[in-house]
Design a protein around this ligand. Structure first.
Ligand code: AMP
Length: 533
C-alpha cells in the first residue's frame, strides 16, 4: 500500500495576500469614500499597508485567535483589514451597521471584541451601542484630518509601524467571523477557518461559478460585513482582478455611474439593489455605457423572473446564486446549462429563477416532514441540508445545535425541491424570519414585543412578498376583549425596540389567530390568507 508523498501545504489566506502583493501588485483598487471622493490604490499597496497595520495591531495587544471588529463600508481600509487580520493569525469580525444597537451590543459582547476599527462616518452607530462594552482600543479611519480625541488614528498607526513578517499558520486556524440572525433575536456567530475561505475563493473563481479572473473589474455591492462580501475580495486578490469598492452610497445612480466610469465587468448584490438599477436603466436606457458589464450576480433572496427579463432587455445577464452566512456563503449558482442554450425563452427563464446547482465540494440533500430524504424529482419538498469544507459545523459558543443533524449536516431552514439534475428551487422557509432588502427581521421578536402591549392578546408576524424589498413583515393581531389599539399605536410601540425599517407595514386585526394542535400559530394559513388579500 502506498502512502501519499505530497507536501501537507497549509491552505491559508496568507498565501492569497502574498500572491496579491507579489504577482498582482499593480492591479488597481478603486475606493469611493463616504464623501463621494474616489481614491485609487493598488492590491500591492493594500497588502503592504496590511503588514504595517498588523504590526500596529500586535503592538496594541491583539494576539493570534483574537477577534478584531470592523465597522466599515466597502472601502480600501476594509480590504487592508481583510488582508492583515487573518494573516497575522487573528480573526476579522465584520459588524453590520444596519443592525439595531441591542443586536450589535449583544454580538460584540458574545464575540469578546476588544479592538474595533470604525469609519468616521459610522461613529454615531458605534456610540449607539458602545455603552457598557469594554473596548481596549477604538481605531478610527478619519474622513479629513486626524481621528477624534479618545480614539486611535488608523493612518497614524500604519505610518508609525514597520512591516510584519507573516507568521506560519495552521489552515484550521480561525480567520474571520460573521453573525447571522437568530429567529429569537440572539444572533449566532460563524467562525470561518483559513482553509474554508481559501477553498471558497478557489471555487468561487471557477468559470462556471462566479468566474473571477485577472481580466475582471469586480464591484461588490454586497457589503463586506455580509458573509465576506460573498468571497469576492479574496477571490479578486487571488485572481488579480481589479476591485471597485463603492462605499456607502448604493443608490442606483451612484452604482450605475461607478459601473460605467470604472468599466466594471461583474457586480454582485441582493435583488433590492438591482430593482432600483433596473428602474433607472428603463428610465434612461442610453445614459450609461455598460458595455463591459457582462454579469450581475444576484442572491441573498429570490430573484424574480421580471428582473432577469428586465436586465436582458438592456443586454445585461443576471446570474442567481444561493448562499448563507453559515456557508461562507456560496452554495449554489444558477448557470443556464448547455442543454438549454437553444431552449425556449420560457424554459430558460423557468430555469434561471431557480437557486442553482451546488458548487463543487458542496453536498446537498433535503428531508421531508417525516424525516425522509426527498427524491430529486422536482416535486417532493423538504428542508435543504448541506455540508462541505466551507459549511459551518457548529456556531460560536456551541449555540444552535438543533441546526445540525446527528450526522453533521447543516440544516438550512430553506424548503426546496430538487430536480433530476440537482438544481434546487426554494419553495418556502422553515425559519421564522423575514428577509427585507437582504437584511433579516425576526418575526418572533416582533411578536413578543407586540404581545407585550396591554391591548394585544396574540400576534403573529409573517413575511409577505414585496416588489421592492423582496419581503416585508405583516402583523396579524388579535386584541384582548374590550381592548382597543390602532395599527399606528402598535407601530409606535414597536418603534421603541426596533428600527423603522423593521416595523410591519401592514397590520391585520383578527378575532383569533389559527393555531396548530401543538399551539403554534398556523403561519402557512396566514400566509395564504394575507398574501393573496
Ligand atoms: P444570510 O445568512 O443572511 O446570507 O441568509 C441566507 C438565507 O437567505 C438563505 O438561507 C435563504 O433563505 C436566503 N437566500 C439566499 N440566497 C437566496 C436566493 N438566491 N433565493 C432565495 N433565497 C435566498
Amino acid at each position: 500500500m502506498l502512502s501519499n508523498s505530497m507536501d501537507d501545504y497549509p491552505l491559508t489566506l496568507t498565501r492569497i495576500v502574498e500572491r496579491a502583493e507579489r504577482f498582482h501588485a499593480d492591479v488597481e483598487v478603486v475606493s469611493r469614500r463616504p464623501s463621494g471622493a474616489v481614491e485609487r490604490t493598488t492590491l500591492g499597496e493594500c497588502a503592504a499597508r496590511a503588514r504595517n497595520l498588523a504590526t500596529a495591531l500586535e503592538a496594541l495587544g491583539v494576539r493570534p485567535g483574537d477577534p478584531v471588529a470592523t465597522l466599515l463600508w466597502n472601502q480600501r481600509e476594509h480590504l487592508e483589514l481583510y488582508f492583515a487580520v487573518p494573516a497575522m493569525g487573528s480573526v476579522i469580525h465584520t459588524l453590520n451597521p444596519r443592525l439595531f444597537p441591542y443586536e450589535l451590543a449583544f454580538i460584540v459582547d458574545d464575540a469578546s471584541d476588544g479592538v474595533i476599527i470604525i469609519d468616521e462616518s459610522l461613529l454615531q452607530v458605534f456610540e449607539s451601542f458602545r455603552a457598557g462594552l469594554d473596548f481596549r482600543h477604538v481605531i478610527v479611519v478619519p474622513q479629513d484630518g486626524p481621528a477624534p480625541a479618545g480614539t486611535l488614528d488608523y493612518e497614524a498607526l500604519i505610518a508609525d509601524a514597520t512591516p510584519m513578517t507573516w507568521p506560519e499558520l495552521d489552515e484550521r486556524d480561525a480567520a474571520a467571523m460573521c453573525y447571522t440572525s437568530g429567529t429569537t433575536g440572539r444572533p449566532k456567530g460563524v467562525v470561518y477557518s483559513h482553509r474554508a475561505l481559501v477553498l471558497h475563493s478557489l471555487v468561487a473563481a471557477l468559470p462556471d461559478q462566479l468566474a473571477v479572473s485577472a481580466g475582471d473589474t469586480v464591484l461588490p455591492v454586497v457589503p463586506m460585513f455580509h458573509a465576506n462580501a460573498w468571497g469576492l475580495p479574496y477571490a479578486a486578490a487571488l485572481a488579480g482582478a481589479r476591485l471597485v469598492l463603492p462605499g456607502p452610497r448604493l443608490d442606483p445612480e451612484s452604482v450605475l455611474n461607478l459601473c460605467a466610469h470604472e468599466r466594471v465587468t461583474m457586480t454582485a448584490g441582493v435583488p433590492t439593489v438591482w430593482m432600483g438599477m433596473l428602474a433607472a436603466l428603463d428610465a434612461e436606457p442610453d445614459r450609461w455605457d455598460l458595455s463591459e458589464l457582462n454579469r450581475l450576480i444576484v442572491g441573498g433572496a429570490a430573484v424574480p423572473r421580471s428582473m432577469f427579463e428586465g436586465f436582458d432587455r438592456h443586454g445585461l445577464t443576471v446570474v442567481q446564486a444561493w448562499g448563507m452566512t453559515e456557508t461562507a456563503p456560496l452554495g449554489a449558482v444558477c448557470r443556464l446549462p448547455v442543454r438549454l442554450y437553444e431552449g425556449e425563452r420560457d424554459e430558460q427563464y423557468g430555469f434561471r429563477v431557480r437557486q442553482g446547482v451546488a458548487t463543487p465540494f458542496f453536498d446537498i440533500r433535503a428531508r421531508d416532514d417525516n424525516g425522509e430524504l426527498i427524491a430529486w424529482d422536482d416535486a417532493a419538498m423538504g428542508e435543504l441540508e448541506v455540508r462541505g469544507p466551507w459549511v459551518a459545523g457548529s456556531y460560536h459558543g456551541g449555540r444552535g445545535t438543533e441546526n445540525f443533524t446527528v450526522d453533521g449536516w447543516f440544516r438550512t431552514g430553506d424548503v426546496v425541491r430538487i430536480d433530476a439534475h440537482g438544481c434546487i428551487r426554494i419553495c418556502d422557509r422553515s425559519k421564522d424570519l423575514v428577509k427585507s432588502g437582504g437584511e433579516w427581521i425576526s418575526s418572533v421578536d416582533l411578536e413578543n414585543q407586540l404581545m407585550a402591549h396591554p391591548a394585544v392578546a396574540q400576534a403573529a408576524v409573517i413575511a409577505v412578498p414585496d416588489e421592492r424589498w423582496g419581503e416585508r413583515p405583516l402583523a396579524v393581531v388579535s386584541l384582548c376583549d374590550g381592548a382597543d389599539a390602532s395599527a399606528d399605536e402598535l407601530r409606535e410601540h414597536l418603534a421603541q425596540e426596533f428600527a423603522r425599517w423593521q416595523l410591519p407595514d401592514r397590520f391585520e386585526f383578527v378575532q383569533a389567530i389559527p393555531c396548530t394542535a401543538t399551539g403554534k400559530f398556523k403561519k402557512s394559513q396566514l400566509r395564504t390568507q394575507f398574501t393573496t388579500a
